[in-house]
Design a protein around this ligand. Structure first.
Ligand SMILES: NC(=O)c1ccc[n+]([C@@H]2O[C@H](COP(=O)([O-])OP(=O)(O)OC[C@H]3O[C@@H](n4cnc5c(N)ncnc54)[C@H](OP(=O)(O)O)[C@@H]3O)[C@@H](O)[C@H]2O)c1
Length: 256
């Protein structure tokens, strides 16, 4: 499915949508999908070159789109980004927390640094970014937060204690925040992708991928567009009564 074939979803057009990690993979497809829905998309990358590339790509769809630099693991970087956004009157009411990393190792060998980096990038980032975004949503009395977790946070995976803990944490975070801000017309949901073809999974050998495909009822790894379509739904007015939910986009690998 091409992202252009999604059709129009109500409630997204004209909103400012911040997508972290929009330079590659799932975030890239999501930023494109939201731009095609008429959102003013702000997509982030960790480098200037990545941010410039996002601006160029998204402006082909929407002239207001912009790529900016952000390190979600650094609260001062989050502060700088939100300062720039409020300066340009681009206060996001759609927020997709997509940036994420893995740093795999068996638990017995896992270094403190591997634990710290993954937890800061995948989980503490939610504290920093949501904190910066929530006031603008409360003022607008409308907001959509979509957090990209993982099936690994639901079922675990050897070698990924750090990653699984961060992703399971995102689910608990989202449910609690959803309970706090529901009355303000702000929804907070999580998407739990299965294995999606991006740089993150490209390192798997062909035999690993084949074994994996055997466990997926759909018989294939997912495409970034499969996740982007779920984000569009959750960001839209069609999902206004859906909050605190974890939406599995995993081809049936895990059913909750
Ligand atoms: N692929 C999968 O199978 C899969 C499955 C389940 C969940 N997920 C989750 O989905 C999300 C996207 O995954 P992906 O596969 O699309 O990953 P990816 O292709 O590796 O891209 C990762 C993105 O995150 C950004 N990023 C990395 N560290 C960052 C930091 N410190 N601050 C800000 N941005 C940072 C990267 O920016 P740069 O380009 O500048 O480095 C890039 O845009 C992640 O949260 C991942 O855990 C992926």
């Amino acid at each position: 499915m091409e992202i252009e074939q999604l059709g129009h979803w109500p409630g997204i057009e004209g909103r400012v949508a911040l997508v972290t990690g929009a330079s590659r993979g799932i975030g890239r497809a999501t930023a494109q999908a939201l731009a095609l829905q008429g959102a003013e998309v702000v997509g982030t990358a960790t480098t200037e070159a990545g941010a410039a590339e996002i601006s160029e790509r998204l402006r082909a769809i929407s002239p207001e789109a912009q790529g900016l630099m952000l390190n979600v693991a650094d609260p001062s970087s989050v502060k700088t980004l939100f300062g720039a956004l409020s300066g340009s009157q681009s206060v996001p009411t759609i927020l997709v927390n997509n940036s994420g990393i893995a740093s795999d190792n068996l638990f017995a060998r896992m270094k403190q640094d591997e634990w710290d980096r993954v937890l800061a990038t995948n989980l503490s980032s939610l504290y920093w970014v949501c904190k910066a975004a929530i006031r603008g949503m409360m003022r607008a009395r409308w907001g959509r937060i979509v957090n990209i977790a993982s099936v690994v946070g639901q079922i675990g995976n050897p070698g990924q204690v750090n990653y699984a803990a961060s992703k399971a944490g995102m689910i608990g975070f989202s449910k609690s925040l959803a309970r706090e801000v529901g009355s303000r017309n702000i929804t907070v949901n999580t998407i739990a992708p299965g294995f999606i073809e991006t740089d993150m999974t490209r390192e798997m050998s062909e035999s690993q991928q084949q074994a994996l495909r055997g466990q997926i009822p759909s018989g294939r790894l997912g495409a970034p567009e499969d996740v982007a379509a779920a984000v569009v739904y959750l960001a839209s007015e069609a999902a206004r009564y859906v909050t605190g939910e974890t939406l599995n986009v995993n081809g049936g690998l895990f059913m909750s």
